[in-house]
Design a protein around this ligand. Structure first.
Ligand code: SF4
Length: 268
């Protein structure tokens, strides 16, 4: 090391003698591992475990939430059976996730429900309260309402994949933070890649933001009911399920959007 410093000093003197100036830049040694330096995907460290039982209301400051890296696209099996097996494995892998602070307040992870090759892929904003308790999708009154909408669209449960922008319910069902949504986004992206739907419906601005953040930033009012596109798949943005359930007059608006979806799917 002493020899190396001496070499650098003499190179520096030589260059200065030739008229080159220097700007002092403080040297900060790398702290990442060799694997990180090579660009390999790294697991985000979990926040320290909270002492005692989980609190369902107290959240650590958002600035403490690590952002999960977007892992490189894993291989997509070529055949349907392989994709179905990969989807089940993927859903199972979410169950113990600790990528963001919602792990501290959730009841259960709610990965989603459905099969590969579902014609329609529906993204809601956050798990419903009943789903958080059950660890499965579409429970309770809002879940029942949603199933009725699918039935009215002449879609069987096997033809619809349903999931949410984040897989853990935030306290009181509040919108997920940008950090939480981004941490969970790789799960959603892989679900989409494995299911390979014909059409995507996003319910609410947070659901739209999970796949098309720039469009969501324009405001849901500006894009609701208009066809967008995600990786060549048509996307129909509509209202959130909670909003529809709370205001019956909005069902007519949403039904108009769903009729456009049915037309796109060649139904009815
Ligand atoms: S919301 Fe998503 S990223 Fe955050 S803990 Fe739950 S599964 Fe993991």
């Amino acid at each position: 090391m002493a020899q190396e410093s001496s070499d650098l000093a003499s190179q520096r003197r030589l260059l200065q003698s030739l008229g080159f100036g220097f700007i002092e830049v403080p040297f900060e040694p790398r702290t990442d591992s060799p694997a990180q330096a090579a660009g390999a995907p790294q697991r985000v460290p979990s926040p320290p475990a909270a002492a005692g039982p989980k609190s369902r209301t107290a959240l650590p400051p958002r600035t403490a939430v690590p952002v999960a890296p977007t892992s490189p696209a894993a291989a997509i099996p070529a055949d349907k059976a392989g994709r179905q097996a990969a989807l089940i494995e993927h859903e199972t892998s979410m169950r113990g996730c600790d990528r963001c602070n919602l792990q501290l307040v959730r009841g259960q992870v709610v990965p989603g429900a459905g099969l590969v090759d579902s014609r329609l892929f529906v993204i809601a904003e956050v798990p419903l309260a009943a789903d958080d308790a059950e660890g499965s999708s579409l429970n309770g009154p809002i879940g029942e309402m949603t199933r009725k909408i699918f039935a009215a669209m002449k879609l069987t449960p096997e033809q619809v994949y349903f999931t949410t922008a984040v897989k853990c319910r935030p306290p009181e069902g509040r919108p997920p933070s940008t950090i939480e949504r981004r941490a969970c986004q790789p799960f959603l992206a892989r679900q989409l890649q494995l299911v390979q739907p014909e059409v995507i419906v996003t319910c609410g601005s947070e659901a739209l933001a999970a796949i098309l953040p720039a469009k969501a930033a324009d405001g849901l009012d500006r894009v609701r009911g208009r066809w967008l596109e995600w990786q060549r798949i048509p996307v129909m943005p509509t209202l959130s399920l909670e909003l529809i359930h709370g205001d019956q007059s909005l069902k007519r608006v949403v039904w108009g959007d769903m009729q456009a979806v049915m037309k796109q799917l060649g139904i009815g």
